[in-house]
Design a protein around this ligand. Structure first.
Ligand code: G3H
Ligand code: 13P
Ligand code: ZN
Length: 311
């Protein structure tokens, strides 16, 4: 199976009431952990690469590692640019073999977001690549807010049809109360997502795939392991998995997960080095990190997203 776009994955996910996991990749162990789990579960998968990942590992290394994972597993893999900030970075990823790019115009006003996104769509579609746009704004961890109180940042359902029609995007990321990172809700505040907005967006855009960023659950087991092995993470609170199950049954076809992978990897490495302080072989301490990623992704696919046995 070659590297594919997300078109077919999303069509089936929409019809089947499940979601495809979009996992961020930065190195070989992360790519192996994710794709080995997806292969075991017979699940299509999206591997997404941020600007930071391209800077860290270099585009060509990540692309070649993903091609190796595809050759190793035979999986349908979509390679996606996460949070493309400019036309240039999107073009570079399209020219460099990605099958999907996100143009994140959420920081611009509505008209500018449409204009810039449409330029990326034109370049991408001419080359068989699909595009994710974004409307609404996720809060960052640095904002230190409970985003469910920040109504001004949520996607306005009355804007989505015009945005999709005028840009031609293939999928749309919306803001309903998730946020990036490990600290999504203030301690003591009950996590809440605006499912009413998601429902309304679904009505305005029938059969259209919606994307949820900032969807890590911040698995407590990994935070505990990190903290009991020399780490010092304050109260880390993520999106309850039941909410992700609910979103996957609705119009959400792509669920973005990065922080949970970071926690899984770090927990494995910390626990190993704490138990074996004499160890200095990266293969020994990266193996439990990769194992944790495989277990985490298997759990997400089979118990949360519902994309298992779909290939
Ligand atoms: O949404 C952001 C992703 O978690 C990527 O994070 O830019 O630190 O690679 P990064
Ligand atoms: P998390 O930080 O919740 O994993 O979100 C990742 C993401 O949205 C990548 O685009
Ligand atoms: Zn994101």
């Amino acid at each position: 199976m070659p590297i594919v776009t997300s078109t077919e994955m999303f069509r089936k996910a929409y019809e089947g009431g499940y979601a495809i996991g979009a996992f961020n990749v930065n190195n070989m162990e992360i790519i192996q952990g994710i794709t080995e789990a997806a292969a075991e579960c017979r699940s299509p998968i999206i591997l997404q690469v941020s600007a930071g990942a391209r800077k860290y590992a270099k585009h060509v290394y990540l692309m070649k590692l993903i091609e190796a994972a595809e050759a190793d597993t035979g999986l349908p893999i979509c390679v996606h640019l996460d949070h493309g900030e400019s036309f240039e970075v999107c073009r570079s990823c399209i020219d460099g073999g990605f099958t999907s790019v996100m143009f994140d115009g959420s920081k611009y006003d509505f008209e500018e977001n449409i204009k810039l996104t449409a330029e990326v769509v034109k370049y991408a579609h001419d080359r068989g690549v699909v595009v994710e746009g974004e409307l609404g704004k996720l809060a960052g961890i640095e904002d230190d807010v409970n985003v469910s109180e920040e109504d001004a940042n949520f996607t306005h359902p009355d804007e989505v049809e015009e945005f999709v029609t005028r840009t031609g995007v293939d999928s749309l990321a919306i803001a309903i109360g998730t946020s990036h990172g490990a600290y999504k809700f203030k301690p003591g505040v009950k996590p809440r997502l605006r499912f009413d907005i998601l429902e309304e967006v679904g009505k305005r855009l029938p059969d259209f795939p919606i994307v949820l960023h900032g969807a890590s659950s911040v698995v407590p087991e990994y935070v505990d392991t990190i903290n009991s092995n020399g780490g010092n993470m304050p109260d880390a609170i993520g999106i309850p998995e039941d909410m992700l199950r609910q979103a996957a049954k609705m119009a959400v076809c792509k669920i973005n997960i990065d922080s949970d992978l970071r926690l899984a990897m770090t927990a494995g490495v910390r626990a190993h080095l704490n138990a074996h302080p004499e160890d200095f072989d990266p293969r020994k301490y990266l193996t439990p990190g990769r194992d944790n990623i495989r277990n985490l992704v298997r759990h997400k696919i089979c118990e949360v997203l519902g994309s298992d046995n779909k290939i």
